[in-house]
Design a protein. Structure first.
Length: 215
């Protein structure tokens, strides 16, 4: 199934009264905790065919299972040679599909959503998905600017901390005529092999009705 970002034209407010509300999850901030920022296993570098280099700080405090998936795939060389197959000016650059069509992924199972309170800002890294919230696998996107409509509807797992100018130069198109390629994706340090961390949950949010795109 094609993994894409959906236009979200309206929000259906569904205020649900609950006598026993779940405990609030720890508050996430745009500025990462010092321990997260200092951990070299959270530093992801993308070397692009344009000659540019993009450095991303991953946020395991926000989306532990999605970050672990990215780390696993990077260590396997999965992203090396893949292209940015869907790049929309002012919106986002999407990649991570070995087929280069928006319909591929890894052989690993799809991930359960880890929607969180981090906002879509310039340089935000998040996972692309199909209609189901729990369909993210390997494809990701980098936002060119703020996109409030996507907040809490896609799993945000990091942000560009260096090389956003290289992101701005990624070839545009759906798909681009000559797509920009990830020559090599690497981590500053390899993470220890551990069991999948527990999912971070946050208070339920209003439902959002997505409008399907042309694929």
């Amino acid at each position: 199934m094609r993994k894409a970002l959906f236009a979200l034209p309206f929000v259906v407010l569904a205020l649900v009264a609950a006598k026993d509300s779940p405990p609030a999850a720890p508050t996430l901030t745009v500025v990462p905790p010092a321990a997260i920022a200092a951990d070299p296993t959270n530093k992801l570098t993308l070397e692009l065919s344009t000659g540019g280099k993009v450095v991303i700080l991953l946020r395991p405090d926000a989306a532990p299972n999605h970050v672990q998936r990215i780390q696993q795939l990077v260590q396997r060389g999965f992203y090396n040679g893949t292209v940015f197959h869907r790049v929309i000016p002012g919106f986002m650059a999407q990649g991570g599909d070995p087929k280069g069509t928006g319909e591929g992924g890894s052989e690993l199972p799809d991930l359960k959503a880890e929607f969180n309170s981090l906002p879509h800002l310039r340089g935000t890294l998040a996972m692309a998905r199909a209609d189901s919230p729990d369909s993210a696998n390997s494809q990701f996107y980098i936002a060119f600017g703020p996109k409030v409509a996507l907040d809490r509807n896609y799993t945000i797992m990091g942000r560009v901390i260096a090389g956003m100018d290289a992101v701005d130069k990624i070839a545009v198109g759906e798909p681009p005529a000559e797509p920009t390629k990830i020559v090599r994706a690497s981590l500053e340090a390899a993470p220890a092999v551990v069991a999948a961390p527990a999912v971070v949950t946050e208070p339920a949010q209003p439902e959002v009705a997505p409008a399907p795109t042309g694929g």
